[in-house]
Design a protein around this ligand. Structure first.
Ligand code: PGA
Length: 249
């Protein structure tokens, strides 16, 4: 059975001290439930966050990684380095990485392979731009992003894949896809996976929605059949908002 997940992507926010405060507060206020909770702090706060969360049911993920094991890649971090500090989940393909750091589907396929080789779980992000939606191309764009980065994988690899549909026009804009728009796209994504693999596999994959999820809209979005949780940006930086979103399940 697929999992319900709420993941907080901190992006480039919170230094070491801020992170310690936020994580401690989250640990205090979080009420355990069936929903898996993940936070993705910046690299410099991964270790202190995992230490502070030991023994809790909140997991820690990285926001990015390089595809190589090691070598002359100044400024980069490998899967092995993340594993060495106990981080075994990584967000890949976020639209900000695609837009500002030129991450292409081909590069993401390499990162996906490297993460899986290191037994990591991937939260794989994708989503269309506003212009794609206006021209009615959103399904073709999303299908292409999934196919190009993930469809070379054997069915067995999918136990380590979580999908996150994040329409670019809804990220950090305060504009959310309507619950119906999210449901329609999630159902399309599941169908796309079913067509390539099997309905059993498609039913097992968690598909998160991301883009301006807030306490006020989380419940309605999460109530949709094919929405298995959320990838939260801005609201994950505030413990009361983030816990309210978790409790929306
Ligand atoms: P947002 O970000 O919730 O601030 O829109 C979502 C994301 O980028 O994952």
């Amino acid at each position: 059975m697929r999992k319900q997940i709420v993941a907080g992507n901190w992006k480039m926010n919170n230094d070491y001290v801020d992170s310690e405060q936020l994580v401690s507060k989250l640990r205090e206020q979080y009420i355990e439930s069936e929903t898996e909770v993940i936070i993705a702090p910046p690299f410099t706060s991964l270790l202190c966050s995992s230490n502070l969360l030991k023994g809790s049911r909140i997991n820690v993920a990285a926001q990015n990684m390089h595809y190589a094991e090691n070598g002359a890649y100044t400024g980069e971090i490998s899967a092995g380095m993340l594993k060495s500090i106990g981080v075994d989940t990584v967000i890949l393909g976020h639209s900000e990485r695609r837009a500002y750091f030129n991450e292409t589907d081909a590069l993401l396929a390499k990162k996906v392979n490297a993460a899986l080789k290191n037994n990591m779980r991937i939260i794989f992000c994708f989503g269309e731009e506003l212009s794609d939606r206006k021209s009615g191309n959103e399904e073709a764009i999303v299908e292409g992003q999934i196919k190009n980065a993930l469809f070379h994988l054997p069915a067995s690899a999918w136990t380590n894949i979580v999908l996150a549909y994040e329409p670019v026009w809804a990220i950090g804009t305060g504009e959310t896809a309507s619950p119906e728009q999210a449901q329609d796209m999630h159902a399309f994504i599941r169908k796309t996976i079913e067509n390539k693999y099997s309905s059993a596999l498609a039913l097992d994959v968690s598909i998160l929605y991301g883009g301006s999820v807030k306490p006020a809209n989380a419940k309605e979005i999460f109530s949709k059949e094919d929405v298995d949780g959320g990838l939260i940006g801005g609201a994950a930086l505030d413990v009361s908002q983030f816990t309210a979103i978790i409790n929306a399940f």
